[in-house]
Design a protein around this ligand. Structure first.
Ligand code: E4P
Length: 220
């Protein structure tokens, strides 16, 4: 399973990279807005830190402008993934970019029907927004399952990346339901790492090891 963090914060990215499990960093306009810096400079900085894929979401309205924007950004990145918001222009852009060997991600996907069209347009990844679907009373987890199952039946190569994930249980569930990737806030990645029982267990083992060494000194 590929793991990404959904942030443009360099401190978070550096810390996440030290875990040696990260496949890259995803961004979107809202994430870049929080940073308040030039997006091209920030993407180049992220690219320097990350040994993996860096994802950028285009903001142009028509397919030809999307392609131009994507190509400009892709030139700055070692392993670019171009995010395209679900829609007719994005389908056209995805086909052109994927034919050029540039990986694309159809984002803002909320139905299996949209996932079929994304795969047909050559998208490398499709992003169902789990949290936002749950927020409106539908099931984001069911959508992940349905898309993963449909891709498997049809033999589509497009990977499902769970997006809008809010907690560790979301990651566990979508992994079990067939998602091949997940992107999550830094906070959620840290939640995946830690468990109070691991911390309690480690303290106990350390104390016992000290006691064992004291015992050795006493006995010999
Ligand atoms: C990822 O690519 C999405 O843009 C992101 O996960 C959306 O998350 P949100 O619903 O928490 O904004």
């Amino acid at each position: 399973m590929e793991i990404y963090i959904d942030t443009a914060d360099l401190t978070e990215i550096k810390q996440a990279m030290t875990l040696s499990i990260l496949d890259g960093v995803t961004t979107n306009p809202s994430i870049l807005l929080k940073q308040g810096v030039s997006y091209k400079e920030r993407l180049a900085e992220i690219n320097e830190i990350v040994d993996g894929k860096v994802w950028y979401q285009v903001v142009s309205d028509n397919s030809m402008e999307m392609v131009k924007e994507a190509q400009e950004v892709a030139a700055l990145l070692s392993q670019p993934v171009i995010k395209l918001p679900m829609g007719a222009e994005s389908l056209k852009a995805s086909k052109i970019l994927s034919d050029q060997g540039i990986e694309t991600n159809m984002t803002l996907v909320f139905s299996v029907a949209q996932a079929i069209l994304s795969a047909k347009a050559g998208a490398s990844y499709v992003s169902p927004y789990v949290g936002r679907i749950n927020d409106i009373g539908w099931s984001g987890h069911q959508l992940i399952k349905d898309i993963a199952q449909m891709y498997s039946i049809q033999g589509f190569q497009t990977k499902v990346i769970g997006a809008s994930l809010r907690g560790t249980q979301d990651i566990v569930s979508i992994a079990e339901l067939g998602a091949k990737a997940a992107t999550m806030p830094f906070k959620v990645l840290m939640q995946m790492l830690h468990h109070p029982m691991s911390d309690i267990g480690l303290i106990q083992f350390r104390e016992d090891w000290k006691a064992y060494q004291a015992q050795l000194i006493e006995n010999f």
